[in-house]
Design a binder for this molecule. Structure first.
Ligand SMILES: C[S@@+](CC[C@H](N)C(=O)[O-])C[C@H]1O[C@@H](n2cnc3c(N)ncnc32)[C@H](O)[C@@H]1O
Length: 211
């Protein structure tokens, strides 16, 4: 993106009163945090299992998390965590554990560099296909932002459901841009309990029936 486009975008944010977004972008810029989109051909990732990298951290995610009233008994995993943008936002909340699972080692290295620049030392990262990450019993929050195609989404939701069967607990899914809503609710204890909309951005919140 050119400097002129950056300036126009910044002026537009100020014009629309989006101060939080403006300050967030300024911080990312001055600390040289890399959250730029990265496409599958640059990462050598297979199209049939992956979507490209884009960041969802920042003020819109903040609004959702504030509403959820996170407490120190909560632990969250971001499936397809990329360069760590959403994880950086989670780190401002009192989660006892924050984890990211990401298929691309290059993106994990960038995420770790970003955390270092921001002095965040509490996030654990695993390089893995999300469908192979089955160590889920310690988490009660599961985050997705358009990470992968429907088949992988279904496999991950099956793993979450197995974990809830093995270790029954209340759990919440936060799904930003919920294009595979059906994969979350089909044959699963999850029901949609809330929805947040900001312009064309959409977050669905799901909870499991625990009775
Ligand atoms: C849209 S980005 C979301 C990034 C991050 N969760 C956020 O919200 O800022 C999707 C990420 O999922 C990763 N990904 C795609 N397919 C994956 C898979 N099968 N297993 C693990 N990660 C995957 C991509 O490499 C990319 O970094």
């Amino acid at each position: 993106m050119s400097l002129a486009t950056d300036i126009i975008n910044a002026l537009s944010l100020l014009f629309h009163g989006e101060w939080h977004e403006f300050i967030f972008r300024l911080r990312v810029h001055t600390l040289n945090i890399d959250l730029k989109n990265t496409y599958l051909d640059e990462l050598n990732l297979p199209e049939e299992r992956c979507h490209y990298y884009a960041n969802s951290g920042g003020p819109h995610l903040d609004k959702v998390l504030r509403d959820l009233k996170i407490n120190p008994l909560d632990a969250i995993v971001d499936f397809g965590s990329g360069k760590g943008g959403a994880l950086i936002t989670f780190s401002r909340y009192p989660f006892s554990k924050i984890s990211g699972v990401e298929l691309s080692p290059e993106l994990v290295a960038i995420a770790e560099e970003n955390f270092k620049k921001l002095n965040i030392g509490t996030i654990t990262m695993t390089i893995s296909d999300a469908a192979d990450f089955t160590n889920l019993d310690e988490y009660n929050y599961f985050y997705f932002f358009s990470p992968f195609p429907a088949a992988v989404m279904s496999a991950v939701i099956r793993n979450v459901c197995s974990s809830l069967t093995n270790s029954p607990r209340k759990a919440t899914i936060i799904y930003f841009n919920p294009e595979y809503h059906d994969a979350v609710v089909t044959d699963s204890p999850f029901v949609k309990t809330n929805e947040f909309n900001h312009h064309e951005l959409r977050y669905y919140i799901y909870s499991n029936r625990t009775s």
